[in-house]
Design a protein around this ligand. Structure first.
Ligand SMILES: Cc1cc2nc3c(=O)[nH]c(=O)nc-3n(C[C@H](O)[C@H](O)[C@H](O)COP(=O)(O)OP(=O)(O)OC[C@H]3O[C@@H](n4cnc5c(N)ncnc54)[C@H](O)[C@@H]3O)c2cc1C
Length: 447
């Protein structure tokens, strides 16, 4: 059986690991990245608490000793179901069984203007870009004398109060409290506002009411401005326009407000529901003989999850393992078994000592330090690579005792401004960043 897996995320990697060295099965694992990224800790990369490498694991290293798994680092351009082939930017590959495990990407709900100006955080590279932007904004703020203008550089607006938004808001508020006033003694950080926005009634809407209430309390304690039932209508890079007409001035809008599946070309639009591919209880794409979808990209309706499973690492991992067992069963001529998610619970962390956990069996809600520690232990255990776990743990310990996020490595945008343009900035009366933007534009245009 020639199996192609597209995507070495949580779902694809666990599927490939379960098929590793199994007789009668040859696997080609395709991913556009050379590494598996641990998305739950991206916000810690964005806020200088972890190095990108500590949450990334080289895909090839997982299968160094494998006899039946081959890897291609390529972007899949299309699936050709009629030919049983996958077309990538490096070649076309045949399959007997195809598994789509391409995960999800940021959803701007069709607003291209917001997409062009806001910062997403779905990949390690995007988390690094976000860190760059935050650090560069603080550096630029030093040159801005007008307090209103300075507030715009310092303030951060996060759209989406799910776990990602809540975790980011908490981590940025810890930076504001512990690290930034020491790094930038010339800046009054009372000018730095952190907004958390959501169209729903409360943060962590997918968790219990108790978790939501705890999150509201913790976010208040951290001085985060929460605006619920607020929808971002527009953003021009300087001002966030809300649907109630209010405007929040900021240079940084972080978009954590929605995701949609990375549906490869070749999957019929009729098979896609809310950005996910419709699958049956065996993860088989509806109407297809030999194409499966697992993880975030898969929409499976079950009696327990009528609207599909939540897009979580635990679902992706368990679907990957379950499909591997089913493919092995089919290869032996045995019938496949239906999938259902065994939900043990959901959790989120807001800041040091401030976490929330909803356990399923027994039904129980935890908060505070206990929930925060449980979150750390679980997330460290989900990561690939012993070295990564040790590095993450050391960084957490260091931060615990030092209250510092030390990894403030950022690329500064000097090269965008020519010497002549810099000279011009010095002679201008208007706020320097504006002059700098003008100079950058002139430099780019070769003036
Ligand atoms: C910021 C953030 C925080 C999160 N926190 C949590 C958390 O705390 N707990 C939790 O359970 N879940 C969390 N999640 C969700 C969790 O990360 C996802 O549910 C999980 O990653 C889904 O796994 P997957 O294998 O379906 O997709 P992914 O892990 O996204 O993997 C998809 C893979 O497919 C590859 N790919 C995509 N398109 C192509 C293509 N065309 N060609 C080749 N390769 C391609 C990608 O490079 C990627 O490696 C979080 C997600 C984010 C973004």
């Amino acid at each position: 059986m020639k199996v192609i897996i597209i995507g070495a995320g949580f779902a694809g990697l666990d599927l490939a690991r379960k098929l590793n060295n199994k007789e009668g099965i040859n696997v080609l694992l395709i991913d556009k990245l050379t590494y598996h990224q641990f998305q739950p800790l991206l916000y810690q990369v964005a806020t200088s608490a972890l190095e990108p490498s500590s949450i990334s694991f080289p895909v090839r290293k997982v299968f160094q000793k494998s006899r039946n798994i081959r890897i291609r680092i390529s972007e899949v351009k299309a699936i050709l179901p009629e030919k049983n082939e996958v077309k990538t930017d490096t070649g076309t590959y045949p399959y007997d069984v195809l598994v789509v495990a391409t995960g999800a990407t940021t959803n701007y709900f069709g607003n291209d203007k917001i997409a062009s100006k806001a910062l997403p955080m779905k990949s390690t590279l995007e988390a690094v870009k976000l860190k760059n932007r935050l650090i560069n904004n603080f550096e630029d703020a030093l040159d801005v004398k007008d307090p209103d203008e300075r507030r715009k550089y310092l303030s951060v607006v996060i759209a989406g109060a799910g776990p990602t938004g809540v975790e980011l808001a908490g981590a940025i508020s810890e930076m504001r409290k512990n690290m930034l006033p020491k790094d930038y003694p010339e800046i009054d950080f009372r000018l730095m506002d952190i907004y958390l926005l959501d169209g729903l009634e409360r943060p962590l809407f997918n968790m219990s009411a108790e978790s939501g209430a705890d999150a509201v309390k913790y976010l208040d304690q951290l001085g985060i401005i929460q605006k619920m039932k607020a929808i971002v209508k527009d953003y021009d890079g300087n001002n966030v326009l809300l649907d109630d007409g209010n405007i929040i001035p900021t240079k940084t809008l972080i978009w954590a407000a929605g995701v949609k599946g990375n549906v490869p070309a070749g999957i019929e639009p009729g098979l896609v529901i809310k950005g996910r591919i419709k699958v049956d209880r065996f993860n088989k794409v509806q109407g297809m003989r030999n194409i499966y979808a697992i993880g975030d990209i898969a929409a499976m309706e079950t009696p327990l999850y009528a609207k599909g499973h939540p897009q979580l690492a635990s679902v992706a991992k368990s679907q990957g393992k379950h499909l591997a067992e089913n493919l092995l069963r089919l290869n032996r001529g045995e019938p496949a078994k239906e999938y259902e998610f065994n939900n043990r619970g959901t959790m989120a962390t807001i800041a040091r000592g401030k976490g929330v956990v909803d356990l399923e069996k027994p039904k129980m809600h935890l908060n505070g330090v206990l929930a925060w520690i449980s979150w750390m232990v679980l997330h460290a255990s989900l990561m690939y690579g012993g070295k990564n776990r040790i590095i993450v743990f050391i960084n957490w310990l260091y931060k615990l005792f030092s209250f510092d996020q030390t990894l403030r490595l950022a690329e500064r945008h000097y090269n965008l401004v020519s010497d002549a343009a810099l000279e011009e900035i010095k002679n201008k009366d208007c706020p320097q960043p504006e002059a700098k933007a003008e100079a950058e534009a002139k430099t780019k245009a070769g003036i």
